[in-house]
Design a binder for this molecule. Structure first.
Ligand code: NAD
Ligand code: TYD
Length: 349
């Protein structure tokens, strides 16, 4: 059945994989990608599908209430997959207001536009809010985040995402807005902006630059290949139950330092360097303020209800990821010139 779907943040890392999957898999859908093209948005990420007949790009800001309302009138959306966000914890520490505007106010603008457009005609409509496991806070050495775990966000980024999740549920409860929310662990793969751990370290190793490991490096994250996240989003969008939350994770926990050592080993192989070359670049630096110790996801609800599982083993995903970055040096060089240099200096010097 034909649908018109708004995907926000589709020029970013995860959004571009979601747009690609939906555009390729559903030729009968109209996919509208709304993106402000901030430093993190890059239309290069979508070159392969930009001429598809079912794909439309709209440049705009979800914080702009009038613009969002007009967009809903223009397209008569059946559904929204909302990924647009400020997404980097370190930037949220330097500039929390930007996160409140985009992640909270922007989400509420979208909810209001969807509520007004769908009023009395909610059947078959869906607001899918893409969120993060960071809303649950930080775990000790044991335990896993469940969908029922209480929210306990610890950074300005996770607080803004938690707030947006609450608004989505409140619109479901108060106005009968049909919605689903998913909370996913750390993603990795092609097209990730090199402010996040893996692409930043891949780029630094390629350039023989120091690898800034925060604190003692013994922080734990669960890692999922980005295409598997996109596949989970597709499944939840089409088969998830109204009003439910689904945790998405890779069943794949690593301490940062162990992960970095595996990355270094694979980079030496990929670059043809002597073993140990990349590891010599490791440099322990001042910790991130309020650094969450451990995130770990129990994704069994999604597995049992909808039959989703990660398709890639981590080592396989990592090798693929490295190959992509080394094969797309121009993509990396384009986004690491200009403003990125100022960001890097401010963050790491
Ligand atoms: P990203 O930073 O790579 O991309 C965000 C996109 O949103 C960019 O294209 C940017 O231009 C756009 N955007 C930002 N502000 C906007 C605004 N005001 N109006 C319109 N567009 C705007 O982020 P990502 O890593 O792809 O994350 C996407 C979503 O997934 C976010 O909601 C994030 O919280 C969530 N998430 C990310 C991860 C992860 O590991 N990266 C894990 C779980 C959940
Ligand atoms: P990041 O990719 O920023 O994701 P998040 O903070 O949302 O989990 O960071 C992943 C982990 O890597 C996190 O524990 C912080 C750490 N890290 C470093 O040690 N050095 C760095 O330069 C960066 C960007 C992150």
């Amino acid at each position: 059945m034909s649908k018109t779907i708004l995907i926000t943040g589709g020029a970013g890392f995860i959004g571009s994989h979601v747009v690609r999957l939906f555009s390729n898999k559903y030729p009968d859908y109209k996919i509208v990608n709304l993106d402000k093209l901030t430093y993190a948005g890059n239309l290069e990420n979508l070159r392969d599908i930009e001429n598809h007949a079912n794909y439309i790009f709209e440049k705009g800001d979800i914080v702009d209430e009038r613009y969002i309302k007009d967009l809903f009138s223009k397209y008569n959306f059946d559904g929204v997959v909302h990924l647009a966000a400020e997404s980097h914890v370190d930037r949220s520490i330097t500039n929390p207001m930007e996160f409140i505007m985009t992640n909270v106010v922007g989400t509420v603008n979208l909810l209001n536009a969807a509520k007004d457009a769908w009023k009395g005609n909610e059947d078959g409509k869906l607001f899918y809010h893409v969120s993060t496991d960071e809303v649950y806070g930080s775990l000790g050495d044991t335990g896993l985040f469940l969908e029922t775990t209480s929210y306990d966000p610890q950074s300005p980024y996770s607080s803004s995402k938690a707030s947006s999740d609450h608004f989505v549920r409140a619109y479901g409860n108060t106005y009968g807005m049909p919605f689903v929310i998913s909370n996913c662990s750390n993603n990795y793969g092609p097209n990730q902006f090199p402010e996040k751990l893996l692409p930043l370290f891949i780029n630094n190793i390629r350039n023989g630059k120091a690898l800034p490991v925060y604190g003692d490096g013994k922080f734990t994250r669960d890692w999922l290949y980005v295409v598997d996240h996109a596949i989970a989003i597709d499944k939840i969008y089409h088969e998830g139950r109204n009003g439910e939350t689904y945790n998405i994770g890779g069943f794949n926990e690593w301490t940062n330092i162990d992960l970095i050592k595996v990355l270094c080993k694979q980079m030496d192989i990929a670059l043809g360097n002597a073993a140990g070359t990349a590891e010599n670049l490791i440099s322990y630096v001042k910790d991130r303020p309020g650094h969450d110790k451990r995130y770990a996801i129990d994704a069994n609800k999604l597995k049992n209800e909808l039959g989703w599982e990660p398709s890639l083993q981590f080592e396989e995903g990592l090798v693929k990821t490295i190959a992509w970055y080394l094969g797309n040096k121009e993509w990396m060089d384009n986004i690491t010139s200009g403003d990125y240099q100022n960001y890097y200096k401010q963050q790491y010097s």
